[in-house]
Design a protein around this ligand. Sequence first.
Ligand code: CRA
Length: 833
Amino acid sequence: MVSQNPIKIEDDRTGLEIQTLRRAILDNLFYIQGKFPEIATKNDFYLALAYTIRDRLLQRWLNTMQTEIKNDVKKVCYLSAEFLVGPHLENNLINLGIAEKVKQAVTESGLNIKELIEAEEEPGLGNGGLGRLAACYMDSLSSLEVPAIGYGIRYEFGIFDQEIKDGWQVEITDKWLQYGNPWEIARPEASVTVNFGGYTEPYTDGHNQFHVRWVPGYVVKGIPYDTPITGYKVNTVNTMRLWRSEACESFDFQRFNVGDYYGAVDDKVNSENITKVLYPNDEQIEGKELRLRQQYFFVSCSLQDMIRIHLLNNPNLDNFHEQWAVQLNDTHPAVAVAELMRLLVDIYEYEWGKAWNIVEKTFAYTNHTLLPEALEKWPIEIFGNLLPRVLEVIYEINRRFLDQVRIKFPNDDGKISTLSIIDESGERYVRMAHLACIGSHHINGVAELHSQLVKDTILHDFYLLWPQKFTNVTNGVTPRRWMVQSNPRLSKLITSKIGDGWIKNLQELKQLERYAEDQTFRQQWREAKQFVKQDLANYIQEKVGITVNPESLFDVQVKRIHEYKRQHLNVLHIITLYKQMKSNPNLDVPPRTFIFGGKAAPGYFMAKRIIKFITAVGDVVNNDGDIGDRLKVIFLPDYNVTFGQRVYPAADLSEQISTAGKEASGTGNMKFSMNGALTIGTLDGANVEIRQEVGEENFFLFGLTTPEVLTLKDQGYVPRRYYHSIPELKGVLDLIASGFFSHGDPELFRSIVDNLLYDDPYLLLADYKSYIECQEKVSQAYKDQENWSKMSILNVARMGKFSSDRSIQDYCNNIWNTQPVSIELKDYVQKEA
Ligand code: CRA
């Protein structure tokens, strides 16, 4: 008999041949969505494709989990109240290295890959920079094969969607889960419970040992939802584990039994409220009890989860700190310091000193802001009622800490009150940053300047106490999402010259420097930029119905709306230009399109008014026949990750104009620069380091420095002096005050004008002149396109430092002491031979 080769059929769930992928998409459409292609919606097709991709990463994901549990490797836990991960589908295609194949399969199935990618609703589980940083760090941790878990909250409603009505922001509830989330897997078997309220009582155990018992008022269940975080072209797929709160059935039953049906349902509602909604404030505490409940809930769930995993391999928790490096992403999870103490002492019966030794070696704390309104503190009343046992633990931590302070600074009561966890200057508060500092082995800021200011100002006394704890880790962003994914044209152009090693090692972009002198390359560089600008122009047309000139200078400021970020300084420049053009129709400046995007916290009056100010100035300028397309002002609603991916690649100029000393780092500044925009900026946050890297000749610098800001404020800053001495500035402010941009109503922007004239806490008037002069330099520079392209290429070539891979490497080396682990692929079933 002639032996026949067995027919080989690829596994439907892992195969990567075009036929297999096509079959898998159809299968998922049928078996998961329950649809035929004829009746399927775009979302059905998106989900079918998403499940197809998820199948293809599951093996790696499970292998990663198993390896990490078995091998006793040290794991990083990134504790963060926010993860702003952005859409998953395309990112996973890129990281898995299957983008081209999948595109082909989708196209051959008669579908449009771009449309399916755009059908994904992004999870908006963060406010801005801090949440997005967490997402970039998760990408880098996986790409660097560092075992890691991102622990956070599965908000049912993420950051609101923003609409603009009559020029004002309107908030719409974000219903990101309404059509299903194919990327998460619930793990109810790993649920935990969390105590709230009630009281504590002492008791003595059988060995005559003294303990404290927390008798809670109510108990809430935490259910973990896992999302895979792929690494770029590695087998590592880490987990982002987000907790959802639910009522504990046992509690409901008690009330059911006494016939209190509504009371039982009430409990359910109250428990589920914990993870209902993200607080939409960026750098502004709200002080609501529910927020503290959110924080404690996810922290307690996460620590219990780490302990459970730890005990799978270890007889006890003695070596917990050798196995877990826990990073506190700002103070939102700082209660973890006290919670781990409580778990060790009350539940696992550790002696205090031994427990503290573990805690201190486990945590590290990142500070993300110096703004006083963002520094978290909880009134003792609220804290004690909600978490009575945790507050007792905090008191004990504080008592022992203050004993140490007394030794270091004898007879210095001042130090006791400035360092204490409890603020006793008026109403008593728990200061979360103090708890974080005391319980952490390292404390870092997020850019060189910021880390210095942390030591010099808000945490100065802690610095005097423990200088060795303080360090810096400059933020970074992932080049996978922010270059490869968002700017495929530029990425391909770069790769065509220097290969694709830069995607994993961003310093390789250095090799681009020599192409700055290559005229053909510069031409190609401009074409790549022009292509995305045209794309954005089309998008603007579609979204807001305004035609912009795609050849104009795209001047972009996208970020949360905040007075310190000074979007209104940008507007003062726009009005200045507008006035100049009106009085001199032949003014020789390149046409500009000003593009804004960003959300204002719903309760932030000034920020909301600044949005109205931008749109109102836009209404006048955009409709002025004398101006035509030489000046356009666009406010694009609903700035989010997806929109960021569209806008960074299209920018010529990046506005990073915060008052020096106020922006801790910024990360948008890096995304712009990586995509070839030049920066106009102050010496603030990471701008300082960006300028250092790209070279001062390739950066438009203006404004006061941090020491100058401080000196000016100390001397008694009088903004009106600038108003009176700079005629141009006076003209601009008078025009606004006259009601010119508000249909003759002088009231609409009075709050903005008066704030600038009589207070101006962010020194717009002091920086105005320098800003305008610098903008004139920008206009001049843009006229020389060859030189502009050179500067643009050099910006990209020198951005290596700002990869989040470098940041994560810094954390691993200097703070976490963790090693990468490579993941071997093993099949989930032993296939028959
Ligand atoms: N609002 C800072 O303001 C920084 C990010 C990430 C911020 C930014 O300058 O880039 O953090 N601070 O480090 C913050 O959230 C609570 O403080 C931010 O995103």
